[in-house]
Design a protein around this ligand. Structure first.
Ligand code: BES
Ligand code: MN
Ligand code: ZN
Length: 486
């Protein structure tokens, strides 16, 4: 993607040479100050009732006298925020659909910040992305080959930083979507390991991919119990980004990488089961965030751990009632083989301890119950540490990648008691997303830890079926802020 920020010259917006000029108004910014040609067109259209200053409204004009750009689109944002700007630019791109233009310039009349610049990059990613890997016939999107954010000179350095960050996050989002959209017979654990290696070698990140033997040697009996029914070999992916000093404790990201979740012997019903190819969305977002970090090179150490396998029924599959021993030594009674995400994550959380991490954040499409609780807007955020929770919530706001904190009271762990093991892998239907988080908490000790249940946000169903790339933005902002660079 080709995006840049430049300062508006002495000739004003009318003097900008571009194929299409998008002017973003707000109810408080409805005049193009100091630009007679553009403002005359705007005011006369408004007076004629052709442009209402209401959020989402737009007006397309061709060949405005005194304006260098042949195409002008006025669009109204709800307010001056980056969030409203993002929605307005998305509306503008939709309104420009079918028009002939290669370059695009976007001029917010309200003050532009780095967040606005980042938003522009993310809107363009959204508009440009088309899944083609197994559908080469897909029509490619019509998007500008070059986009420019026009800002006041005083805002230029901020806007440039926002473009840089936005492009890296957009690339991370695309990476996550590309991985998660691939069907289960393409995006296998082996393929995911190879993809991690590709991302690593392109961005100076060390990658190790452990095979079944190595995973057995580590004693990851819980992880391996999920893989037991599958003919696809499991992988444990370890990525190490070293941007900090050798001694600095890293942040460890952990991503659930179930490349297909049939439920195992506790088989899922057939409708929509295809969407369980997205059950590696947590892993995909961690990989996407590593890619963004590899591009931005912040000064901190980050480790990404991805346990990845299939959850299949077979004669060798784990059965309800089976008891397995996790890497931590805790025994687990598997009462429902469909609660498999926590079983692969718990061993990765135990493995994380060897880094003596400053913080651990796991990301998982973990529970349908989280979708019932929060729908498809907020991710569920759990944390055993208030500071860490606040950092993630603030990253979530900055990235426009919503997350909502959920409770972790010990009372919620009651249902996880087992007659035959230290813990059961399910705790009944009530508060199902919370009990899953309580299960994970048993494996992190006192290390500051957070868990993002992204079952409702990592992919969409229905007509818009596909991966969203969330929460790459949240994770990247979180890591940049930890490095003091946000
Ligand atoms: N991968 C699913 C959760 C999920 C469901 C993600 C729908 C996205 C959309 C997970 O492995 C699962 O099956 N969870 C069970 C847990 C239950 C058996 C305690 C669930 O949510 O039903
Ligand atoms: Mn499952
Ligand atoms: Zn699952």
């Amino acid at each position: 993607m080709n995006v840049q920020a430049i300062a508006v010259g002495a000739a004003g917006l009318s003097g900008v040479s571009t194929d299409a000029l998008v002017v973003v108004l707000t109810p408080a910014h409805k005049a193009v100050a100091g630009d007679t040609a553009l403002d005359r067109a705007l005011q006369s259209a408004a007076k004629a009732g052709d442009l209402q200053i209401k959020p989402g409204q737009s007006l397309y004009l061709h060949g405005v006298e005194g304006v260098k750009a042949p195409r002008v689109l006025f669009v109204v944002a709800r307010d001056a925020s980056a969030k409203a700007f993002r929605a307005a630019v998305a509306a503008a791109l939709a309104a420009l659909k079918g028009r002939s233009f290669k370059s695009l310039a976007v001029a917010p009349l309200a003050e532009a910040t780095d967040a606005h610049a980042e938003a522009l990059c993310l809107v363009l990613e959204q508009a440009a992305y088309v899944y083609t890997h197994t559908k080469p016939s897909a029509e490619s999107a019509v998007v500008p080959t070059k986009a420019t954010l026009l800002v006041a000179a005083s805002a230029l350095s901020q806007a440039k930083a926002g473009v840089k960050r936005g492009l890296a996050i957009a690339a991370g989002v695309t990476e996550a979507r590309e991985c998660a959209n691939r069907p289960g017979n393409v995006c296998t654990p082996t393929w995911l390991g190879e993809e991690a290696q590709r991302v690593g070698s392109a961005h100076g990140i060390t990658v190790k991919v452990l095979d079944r033997k190595a995973i057995e040697k580590l004693g990851m009996g819980s992880f391996l119990s999920v893989s037991a029914g599958s003919d696809e070999p499991p992988r444990f992916i370890v990525m190490e980004y070293k941007g900090g000093t050798a001694k600095a404790a890293p942040v460890v990201l952990v991503g659930k990488g179930i490349t297909f979740d049939t439920g195992g012997i506790s088989l899922k019903p057939a409708p929509e089961m295809d969407e369980m190819k997205f059950d590696m969305g947590g892993a995909a977002s961690v990989l996407g965030a590593m890619r963004a970090i590899g591009e931005l090179k912040p000064k901190l150490n980050v480790v990404a751990l991805i346990p990845t396998c299939e959850n299949m029924p077979s004669g060798r599959a784990t059965k309800p009632g089976d008891v397995v021993t996790s890497m931590s030594g805790q025994t687990i009674e598997i009462l429902n083989t469909d609660a498999e995400g926590r079983l692969i994550l718990c061993d990765a959380l135990t493995y994380a301890a060897r880094y003596k991490p400053a913080a651990i954040v796991d990301v998982a499409t973990l529970t349908g119950a989280c979708i019932i609780a929060l729908g498809h807007h907020h991710a569920g955020l759990y944390a055993n540490d208030d500071d860490l929770a606040d950092q993630l919530l603030s990253a979530s706001r900055d990235a426009q990648d919503p997350a909502w904190r959920m409770p972790l009271d010990d009372e919620y762990a009651e249902g996880l008691k087992s007659h035959f093991a230290d813990v059961a892998n399910v705790g009944g239907r009530p508060g199902g997303s919370i009990t899953a988080a309580k299960f994970l908490q048993r494996f992190v000790g006192d290390t500051p830890w957070a868990h993002l249940d992204v079952a409702g946000v990592a992919h969409k169903g229905g007509a818009a079926k596909g991966a969203t790339g969330r929460p790459v933005g949240l994770l990247t902002h979180f890591l940049l802020a930890r490095a003091g660079k946000a």
